[in-house]
Design a protein around this ligand. Structure first.
Ligand code: KE4
Length: 427
């Protein structure tokens, strides 16, 4: 396949942008090939600068759930743009999007817009610390909540451990209040509460992990977290930046019928424009400035173009049958794909919740980050490259999730299943 223009652009980009990309995973480093530069996208397709068209299962890492460049989203953004791109003042559309989120997500009584998932989780944790007066937080090994210093903590080994900085530039002090638990492992959470009890301000989790590959919660685990946080006066935060409006209309909290105290959103609610949000109980949210004294701010928060894209996206998702179609097509795709793996002699672990999914290149059951890490990433890289050759664009990492949109057709699904069969040959 000819990707010469992408290669040329990458060489130029590397001179002016660190690693040639504005977000590391886009560099295709972990799959050992030169990244594609994208010219345009439409519906279920994405087209690179060399004119190669692919069936797209990255969907900009989740936002494009209604399909790329959806005409209704485009139209709303263009109409908003005609009135100006930013005012730095309140607008009616911010009320409209906030109300939509409140109407759809049962636990959310009030919501604040920000500009990314990182800002959403960072703000929610600051709010939890401000409200409780406590310092420590619990996150889970393998979960990614954006790049706030104290969340870039990678676990040490073992069950409950004080974390070590996950990247240079994050000091031991930055992460000294970040405690690491293991996914789907009650003992690791109990050990932290036994050790740090009433000093834990918040516990944050991706209710369906998407950043270690797709790892669903085992039965009862989210209920267990709800109980233990309630008992200890710890704020329970669902990071639904990826799962929100994705795994069901009301997100993972509706799918699993759990009410967290705070929820973080992003991706889908921006419809491809920069939006994040955090929300929850009114009694907690009213501690945020200017009504409360926990400070958080943002020049472009609630930006009218981003609000327009988010409102249009949620309106399309609210149409009759949207989530039924996502569920049926995701089920058909994943069953068809796994069948190809089995036919090729690979008893790998396939996971799916709603329209987010993964195949782990391991025969171990994947329930946490440690088991996910048993995946054969070299085999995955060869598979990834073969899929590109077969014109299917999947996430360039074993430790990311795939996403299906309303725009994916039966033909796309059939072609993808065939591409998987071809791509497994000789890996
Ligand atoms: P952003 O700051 O990238 O908008 O959101 C951070 C974030 C927070 N929480 C969850 C559950 C997330 O998945 C993310 C961001 N997801 C990654 C994809 N794994 C974004 C892609 C990237 O980093 O380029």
């Amino acid at each position: 396949m000819n990707i010469e223009k992408s290669k040329e652009l990458f060489l130029v980009a590397e001179k002016v942008i660190p690693g040639g990309v504005n977000s590391p995973v886009r560099a295709f480093k972990s799959v050992g090939c030169s990244p594609l530069f994208i010219k345009e996208s439409k519906g279920s397709k994405i087209i690179d600068v060399d004119g190669n068209e692919y069936i797209d299962y990255v969907g900009s890492w989740g936002p494009m759930i209604v399909g790329n460049a959806h005409p209704k989203v485009q139209e709303r953004v263009i109409k908003a743009l005609e009135k100006g791109s930013s005012f730095g003042a309140p607008t009616e559309m911010e009320i409209e999007l906030a109300q939509k989120i409140i109407d759809i997500v049962p636990s959310v009584e009030m919501v604040r817009m920000v500009n990314s998932g990182t800002e959403a989780t960072m703000s929610a944790i600051r709010l939890a610390r401000g409200v409780t007066g406590r310092d420590k937080i619990i996150k889970f090994n393998g979960c990614y909540h954006g790049h706030a210093d104290y969340l870039l903590a990678s676990a040490g080994s073992g069950l409950a451990t004080l974390s070590i900085p996950g990247t240079p530039g994050v000091t031991a002090k930055n992460v000294s209040d970040t405690l690491i638990a293991e996914l789907n492992n009650r003992e690791s959470v109990e050990a932290l509460f036994n050790q740090h009890g009433k000093d834990i301000a918040a516990l944050i989790i991706e209710p369906v992990v998407g950043n270690a590959g797709c790892i669903p919660p085992v039965d009862g685990f989210l209920e267990f977290l709800r109980e233990i946080t309630e008992k200890n006066g710890t704020i329970f935060i669902f990071d639904e930046v990826m799962t929100g409006f994705r795994v069901s209309q009301g997100g993972a909290q509706t799918y699993y019928n759990i009410k967290p105290d705070l929820s973080c959103f992003g991706k889908v609610i921006g419809g491809g424009l920069p939006v994040g949000a955090y929300g929850g109980k009114k009694e907690i949210m009213e501690n945020i400035a200017p009504v409360g004294n926990v400070y958080q701010a943002g020049t472009l928060s609630g930006n009218p173009l981003a609000m327009a894209a988010g409102i249009a996206t949620l309106e399309i998702l609210a149409e009759e049958g949207a989530y039924t179609k996502l569920e049926e097509n995701s089920k058909k795709l994943c069953e068809g794909v796994l069948k190809q793996f089995n036919n090729a002699g690979y008893n790998f672990t396939g996971t799916r919740v709603g329209s987010m999914f993964s195949v782990f290149f391991t025969e171990e059951k994947v329930t946490d980050f440690t088991s996910a890490l048993t995946s054969d990433t070299k085999k995955f890289s060869r598979y990834f490259q073969n899929m590109l050759e077969n014109k299917v664009y999947i996430a360039p990492s074993q430790f990311e999730a795939g996403f299906l949109s309303l725009a994916h057709s039966d033909e796309d699904i059939e072609k993808t299943i065939e591409a998987v069969s071809n791509s497994l040959k000789g890996i």
